[in-house]
Design a protein around this ligand. Sequence first.
Ligand code: AMP
Length: 200
Amino acid sequence: MRLVLLGPPGAGKGTQSSRLMKAFGIPQLSTGDMLRAAVKDGSPIGREAQAVMNAGKLVSDEIVIKLIDDRIERDDAANGFILDGFPRTVAQAEALSHLLEQKSMRLDAVIELKVEQGRLVERMRQRVTEAKARGETVRDDDNAEAFEKRLATYHEQTAPVSEYYDRRGQLHAVDGMGSIEQVSKSIDEHVKHNQAASSG
Ligand code: AMP
């Protein structure tokens, strides 16, 4: 099962990816997590990415495509994966199509979580408050200013990715405004439908 989860920051992609990962026994490949790890390690990629990430902008296509290309080669991704936060530009989506074609792989479903903008800001604030209450570290880009910028970046550069998959007849929009259980149920229905379609 190879899935792509699309949606603005705060839409619940991380929550749903973790759940799907357990349900299908496949890894969640998050370019955001990979980049944060690179920043933490102080690697050359991390040093290049840090300022861009803190400003809520996108790291270069070249860097993230390379990260994904290397990552899907690993053994644990042989039976599938969930892409979370990638692709974020049409160039990345095209590169992914090309990459999968070369490996004779295809995507089973592309799911877009749809959430109203006002609700996203509310969720980000809640996430920060809860993390602080638990004494957890808060992401550097989880502050009102960077979050607004991430949302703007999403609308400018990532929304066209949905259109890319829609034109290819691969996009499934899911209402992300409901409870985690409701959203999970809608995603699972799409996934099951696709599994049935690909095996039948
Ligand atoms: P995320 O955890 O997915 O919200 O990603 C955090 C930040 O990492 C983003 O705001 C971008 O700066 C960077 N990033 C993550 N994934 C990508 C990607 N596919 N393309 C470009 N930049 C990315």
